[in-house]
Ligand binder design. Structure first.
Ligand code: MD6
Ligand code: FE
Length: 201
């Protein structure tokens, strides 16, 4: 499979997942959230983030008074659910590496949610890419440089799109500026789900 678009080295596979595959993933997310409910993360400065988060896999992403980190259990004490086979299949198709993902972070964006510009740099091996899957409403994805600031480029990510952030692009700053409300009928209550897959160790 070839990416349909390259944004500063980020490979974007437009429309990789058809409607049935997207609906199956939403069901998988519901199953994950039953065991590991969504929580509102709090930044180290004490602000609530606008997205809600949960995880699957050996590691999940948690925030607490000490900041952000990977943890082997949900804040409620239970281990994270396993990463669904459907999600592992996406990784195998596009990641191009011989290790499976150890974390599937699940972000839910309500209509007004966004994510500030950030780097994904809490993993041990930057030769391992990050793969992201978009479900639901369109989202404006902005990509910059390895340091903050400078000229940026943006693309609207749509339901079924998959992004691979690897190689030279692995440490680029990126974020979600805003959603386009009601642009998708996938989620009955609207909003967007983003899955990000990572090798952590
Ligand atoms: C999002 N994505 O699409 C936020 N990170 O909601 C990310 O932060 C991201 O899309 C690493 C690699 C790809 C991504
Ligand atoms: Fe990210």
């Amino acid at each position: 499979m070839r990416p349909s678009l390259n944004l500063r080295g980020m490979q974007v596979y437009k429309d990789m997942l058809d409607r049935d595959a997207q609906l199956a993933l939403v069901e998988d997310v519901r199953t994950i959230a039953k065991q590991a409910p969504f929580v509102t993360p709090v930044t180290p400065s004490g602000k609530a983030m606008s997205v809600k988060m949960t995880s699957a896999g050996r590691f999940g992403w948690v925030t607490d008074g000490q900041g952000y980190r990977y943890a082997q259990s949900h804040p409620n004490g239970t281990p994270w659910p396993v990463i669904p086979p459907s999600v592992l299949g996406i990784w195998t198709t596009v990641a191009g590496v011989d290790r499976p993902p150890e974390c599937c972070l699940v972000n839910y964006y309500g209509t007004d949610a966004k994510m500030g510009m950030h780097q994904d740099r809490d993993e041990a091996n930057f030769e391992m890419p990050v793969v992201s899957v978009s479900l639901g409403d369109d989202a404006l994805f902005r990509v910059g440089h390895e340091t903050r600031g400078g000229k940026t480029e943006s693309v609207w990510l749509q339901s079924g799109d998959v992004v691979v952030m690897g190689g030279q692009a692995r440490l680029l700053y990126h974020g979600i500026d805003r959603l386009k409300p009601n642009s998708s009928t996938l989620l009955a209550k609207g909003g967007r789900i983003n899955l990000t897959l990572r090798v952590v160790t």
